[in-house]
Design a protein around this ligand. Structure first.
Ligand SMILES: C[S@@+](CC[C@H](N)C(=O)[O-])C[C@H]1O[C@@H](n2cnc3c(N)ncnc32)[C@H](O)[C@@H]1O
Length: 400
């Protein structure tokens, strides 16, 4: 299936099903769907919700009777996933890179099947990826990074390890970085957030880089609240993705340890309980967020949390307040929120693939052959999609 066909099919299905995923769960006081789905969701125990949330295949199966479009959606989300042999690394190269990150980098490198061109590494951090590519045979790596301390550490490691690497400290959203891109180059960006990788793609395409490899992440960061599509097909779509929708694509996180999950559960319940109290005091019914806070507050009392939250929002609490009743309201709203999120989660990969296809189509229209892969297991990182683009022959000839 062509990229365009796949995008258009996915786009149609996401439009048809938007009432299941394009909503803010925190705003809801009751489930918004028809009887049978609502009844099924409310009959689930919290343990069943957690289980289904951690098992996308079972969630998909369970929702099929209520949302039949999921059957058509599934095959559109499949990408080539092959475990390639990880290139062995000497200890001095992998030293200081933590377990899962190291495997993720090795898998990324093993999917980059090109070592001929000098590499431009975008938003490089300490340049771990660049060092691996340089060790693996890339003739030179130029790493661009915002934070001077990371550039210094990366440059020091590269010098000590005698690897052909140069760092440039730059803010890629504000500085003029176009001069860093060359035609005879492989431009690489691993997990550069939102606008950072969009700028990268724009400039790599303008410079007609021979190869472009990127794994996008955090699609909403540094961008407008309503998504500005990159491809023609994306721009013609009726979907209006907001930051909240784009964040949904990122919610496929690796399961949190039990202790952290417990605190998170309490935090959400208390926030929703306070929201019910705030609503009664102010009469404003839509959800009002309260800033993030040190988690230590959640080992105290709910009333203390409410006092802190009221202060943040400039609200005076009544002398007499039935905190226990508001805590129950928080628990009830959490039950609703969790079940709305469960249904939304069935669409998170679909939204991510829509965003990835928008990027792939943009590269294709700019004269590149484009392939999409899952370069590693989701357990290593849920942001495991690799977009690889190679300048088409005729485009290369024209550019010379
Ligand atoms: C998620 S990290 C990815 C680092 C590395 N590519 C990796 O995968 O290990 C994103 C990096 O982008 C850098 N960054 C953020 N904003 C930037 C900007 N405006 N210009 C250049 N780099 C930026 C951050 O400092 C950070 O090192």
């Amino acid at each position: 299936m062509s990229l365009l066909h796949r995008f258009n099919h996915l786009d149609t299905l996401l439009n048809q099903t938007s009432r299941y995923w394009q909503l803010v769960a925190f705003e809801a006081h009751a489930l918004p769907w028809d009887g049978a789905l609502n009844e099924w969701l409310m009959a689930l125990s919290d343990e069943q919700v957690t289980y289904l949330d951690n098992h996308p295949q079972q969630l998909h199966q369970a929702l099929l009777p209520f949302i039949p479009q999921l059957t058509e959606l599934e095959p559109l989300l499949q990408l080539v996933h092959e475990q390639r042999e990880r290139h062995p690394l000497p200890f001095w190269l992998s030293n200081g890179i933590k377990g899962r990150k190291l495997l993720q980098l090795q898998d990324f490198v093993s999917h980059i099947d090109e070592r001929q061109y000098p590499v431009l590494e975008w938003c490089a951090g300490k340049g771990h990826l660049g060092r691996m590519l340089a060790y693996d045979g890339a003739p030179h790596v130029h790493s661009i990074e915002l934070q001077a301390s990371l550039c210094e550490q990366g440059q020091r490691s590269a010098q000590q390890q005698n690897l052909p690497m140069t760092f440039s400290c730059a803010d890629v959203l504000h500085d003029d970085t176009f001069g860093y891109f060359k035609q005879q180059q492989h431009a690489v960006a691993l997990h550069a957030c939102g606008r950072l990788h969009q700028v990268f793609m724009d400039q790599a395409v303008k410079a007609r880089c021979e190869k472009i490899s990127l794994s996008p992440c955090c699609y909403h960061l540094f961008t407008e609240n309503v998504y500005q599509a990159m491809s023609d097909a994306g721009q013609q779509s009726d979907l209006r993705l907001t930051h909240s929708d784009m964040k949904l694509a990122l919610q496929e996180t690796v399961t949190a340890p039990e202790r952290i999950a417990k605190v998170r559960k309490k935090e959400v319940t208390w926030r929703l309980g306070f929201d019910a109290l705030r609503c009664d005091i102010t009469g404003v019914s839509h959800y009002v967020s309260v800033p993030s806070v040190n988690k230590a507050i959640f080992s105290g009392e709910f009333s203390e949390f409410c006092e802190w939250a009221a202060q943040q929002k400039g609200i005076t609490l009544p002398q007499q307040c039935d905190y226990a009743a508001y805590l129950i309201q928080g628990q009830q709203r959490k039950k609703v929120t969790d079940r709305i999120e469960l249904v939304r989660h069935a669409f998170r990969r679909a939204i991510e693939i829509w965003l990835v296809l928008d990027r792939a189509l943009y590269l294709h229209a700019s004269g590149y052959d484009v392939s999409l892969y899952e370069f590693c297991d989701k357990q290593l990182t849920p942001r495991n999609i690799l977009i690889q683009a190679t300048a088409q022959i005729e485009e290369r000839t024209c550019a010379r």
